[in-house]
Ligand binder design. Sequence first.
Ligand SMILES: Nc1ncnc2c1ncn2[C@@H]1O[C@H](COP(=O)(O)OP(=O)(O)OP(=O)(O)O)[C@@H](O)[C@H]1O
Ligand SMILES: [Mg+2]
Length: 364
Amino acid sequence: MIVGVLGAGQLARMIALAGYPLGVDFIFLDPSADACANTLGEHLLGDYNDPRLLAELAERADVVTYEFENVPADVAEFLAAHTQVHPSPNALAVAQDRLVEKAFFHDLDIPTPAYAAVDSFESLEQAMPAIGWPAILKSRTQGYDGKGQSVLKSADDLKAAWELLEGAPAVVEAFVPFDREVSIIAVRNVSGSIVFYPLSENLHRGGILRVSESREGDAMQTQAEAYVSRLMEALDYVGVLALELFEIEGKLIANEFAPRVHNSGHWTIEGAETSQFENHLRAILDLPLGATAAVGKSAMVNFIGNLPSTKEVLGIPQAHLHLYKKSPRKGRKVAHATVRADNSEKLSGLIKALTTLADQVDDS
Ligand SMILES: Nc1ncnc2c1ncn2[C@@H]1O[C@H](COP(=O)(O)OP(=O)(O)OP(=O)(O)O)[C@@H](O)[C@H]1O
Ligand SMILES: [Mg+2]
């Protein structure tokens, strides 16, 4: 079996690492010569819309998937006309445009923050009375790790926030004073069965995910499962999907979804019976899905900006280090580590030890 992957970053790398035991081979398409999955399969080096490379990928891959949702949706559509593509190009098209995504949630009765489309400075000014303060202005497309976003605290912030977008269409949304951020990772197979991982509880700083913890038996699990099922069924989705949610006063509000494996699910590599990466492959290859139960309590800590010392991380006997082989750069996710424990107190101590190391290298 050959799986084609659009993108060859760390998510592609971890998909490939999960595919090796299943005897799967990989071809990656990525425009960057030093993309970090490139030693784990064949690397087609070029633009996502290079017709020659796309034709080769379509010809040779049994199924194509993506690790990155900002590939042009028409690229996925072209591939889908020639080979199997999972998740569907439609899921990609919805997820890559925040306005379309929010309307999609709305149609499915999944609550979102109050929002409005913004395509000029005037439309931003006009939207604010209904949205209220504080708010967040986000570019409709191409955002990740909080890029292309500005917090609006008062009318004084509007001009600079609008100018930062350089004319790109945007959405403005109410800032949610959430109690917690959680995400649910679910997997749907070709015949429509869905399995769910225990919720992840997520901590962000500066728009970047820092820590995720597995939360088996969380009070919000059932509500999150209902929303993610609705979403997957409406998209006739195949593969792993992550739905990011805000919890406020015992209710969940959707932030966004990712049509791919997700950073808040990295704990599943050591902390669940089957990792999100293996289950994504199982789903897109039409194989039986693996059990999603948590194995103990676990957490993941991201290393951002600079590499941690391998010796120091591994000096914590329970830690599992995942280096992405990416060159360090400000604000860039370059590695993560997971820890597992049989009770919350032990887990907190291990998280503390890892976050101390993460803060030492963090330059964001
Ligand atoms: N409406 C909001 N209210 C409160 N916090 C918000 C809101 N929107 C975003 N945030 C904060 O900023 C983080 C990043 O926002 P969002 O998920 O929209 O961006 P992103 O660039 O797609 O990020 P990523 O790719 O890392 O998921 C959120 O996880 C949350 O912590
Ligand atoms: Mg997000």
